[in-house]
Design a protein around this ligand. Structure first.
Ligand SMILES: Nc1ncnc2c1ncn2[C@@H]1O[C@H](COP(=O)(O)OP(=O)(O)O)[C@@H](O)[C@H]1O
Ligand SMILES: Nc1ccn([C@@H]2O[C@H](COP(=O)(O)OP(=O)(O)O)[C@@H](O)[C@H]2O)c(=O)n1
Length: 236
């Protein structure tokens, strides 16, 4: 069966990874969360004091450290989903904290960081059969992707979803702080010089503000089927 590249981009916390994971499982594709990669580099920079509280990065020092930063994904046997590893340490929860969210867009605006991660992402998609989510997948990583989706939802809806998620995990959560972070990251990600977040010209737009997870999964699968024809997949 023809394998394709599926690029899912959009604003922070709108459900990209939720839909990408489910779709990849249904199709038997590889799933890559590129946000987790930027978050892992950020965690490394924080742990090594390469970024200060206001988001100023010691770029010369970080550049030297880049070769020592190895990011990988391993399937978690309990959740069935990929966990993020930084130099062989599982950092799946550490990279999801608000502290990392508040710093990540600074790290993600640095050209040499993007260059290194984009190279790894492109290598992962060489064989196709991949669903990748992020900010620049349809524009920079895989401009040739056969299917591109751009997801949006109101900032309040997105902050509420993130708040509920952190609460459910028993992690600290403050709605106003999350909303502020979501809005600040949207701005920084859309206004940076290198690969800013923008909708690819040939992307399909999905506003899921008032859409259930089930409905968005169904919609997404329909878009895949339009591209590759009816597929033989295992329903989740
Ligand atoms: N359509 C939806 N309706 C309600 N909640 C959703 C929907 N899609 C995703 N979510 C929830 O929103 C939160 C953020 O989703 P996530 O996939 O992590 O977003 P992103 O990858 O865009 O940052 C998760 O807790 C997820 O379960
Ligand atoms: N392809 C990507 C993915 C993420 N990022 C950066 O990484 C941050 C975290 O991404 P994420 O997808 O984990 O963010 P959430 O939407 O899950 O909150 C984003 O706010 C961007 O600054 C990026 O620049 N390019």
């Amino acid at each position: 069966m023809k394998k394709i590249i599926i690029a899912i981009d959009g604003f922070s916390s709108c459900g990209k990874s939720t839909m990408a994971k489910t779709l990849a499982r249904k199709l038997g594709y590889i799933y890559v969360d590129t946000g987790a990669m930027y978050r892992a580099v950020t965690l490394y920079a924080m742990r090594h004091q390469l970024i200060n509280e206001t988001g100023t990065v010691d770029e010369a020092a970080l550049a030297k450290h880049m070769k020592a930063i190895h990011i990988s994904f391993k399937i978690n046997e309990t959740t069935g989903r990929p966990d993020t590893y930084l130099n062989n340490e599982c950092v799946e929860n550490d990279i999801r904290t608000l502290a990392v969210s508040q710093q990540v867009s600074h790290i993600a605006s640095i050209d040499f960081v993007r260059e290194a991660l984009v190279k790894q992402q492109q290598a992962m998609g060489k064989m196709k059969g991949i669903v990748m989510d992020g900010r620049d997948i349809g524009t920079t990583v895989f401009p040739q992707a056969e299917l591109k989706i751009f997801v949006k939802a109101s900032a309040e809806v997105r902050a509420q979803r993130r708040f509920d998620e952190l609460k459910a995990k028993g992690m600290p959560a403050d709605f106003n702080a999350i909303l502020k972070n979501v809005e600040e990251r949207d701005y920084m990600d859309s206004h940076r010089e290198v690969s800013p977040l923008r909708q690819a010209d040939d992307a399909l737009v999905l506003d899921n503000s008032h859409m259930s997870i089930e409905a968005q999964d169904k919609w997404l699968l329909e878009q895949v089927e339009k591209v590759v024809g009816t597929m033989d997949y295992t329903p989740a």
